[in-house]
Write a protein that binds this ligand. Sequence first.
Ligand code: 8Y7
Length: 279
Amino acid sequence: MLFKARQFEFLFPSPVLVMGILNITPDSFSDGGRYLDPDAAIDHALRMAAEGAAIIDVGGESTRPNAEPVAEKEELRRVLPVLERLSGQLRVPISIDTRKPAVARAALQAGASIINDIEASRSDDTMWRLAAETRAGYILMHMQGTPQTMQSKPAYRDVVADVEHFFVDRLDRAAAAGLTPEQIVLDVGIGFGKELEDTLALLAAMNRFTKLGRPLLLGVSRKSFIGKLLGSHGKERGAASLACACWAVQSGVQMIRTHDVRDTVQAVRMTENIIKNRK
Ligand code: 8Y7
């Protein structure tokens, strides 16, 4: 299975790709404010790449539940200086985590190769047309509601079937807007309009989504469902995050989004080596 993002090509099942998170925000739940300074942000990105990150995901708007929306100008002010300096220094692709087509466009011009669109272009197809035009990679993520509303009583008939149906529908609509299947990665969107039971159901059924024929990405790093289940906070959720990552890899997931690149690379490499020896 091929994934294409501008000049980058990944042929799966190649090694699982670990995506390192770079939040240039004052309010992200686990690292808000740490990387607002461009020098600190660039250092952190280079450190993650050195630790084995295969993609760096740069975001300038926190999407945690109830986060305040950020104006386009402010989002650009946060991410562009970092992207401009970083893209010349990194050999791995950069994804831009944004819901705004104008931010995505500017980020692609500044050297990003992948659009991480947590809204999956629901209101119109501008983001898809941009991806089609630029041949950028496109992460299509499921969310119920919006970041402001998503955690107030999300409801599903059958969460796994509903998310699968969403993927099928969006893959069709993205194709109609001109994207090729090779550009697209699917993501169930853990934490985006999901109760604990929905999250566990999705994780348990992860292998079902492989039949859609596209690479799967999973973002579980330090998320609140871990705290709900096990009572742990923030950075103390690392071990549970790794457990989910290993489970996901053995379920066929090819990309893991994480704050903890070094540990995640080690855990998924181990898992892959065990899988390779399966008789
Ligand atoms: C995800 C994500 C976040 C995720 C993708 C957090 C931006 C919340 N989570 N993008 N973004 N998948 N594709 O806790 O799960 O990191 S933000």
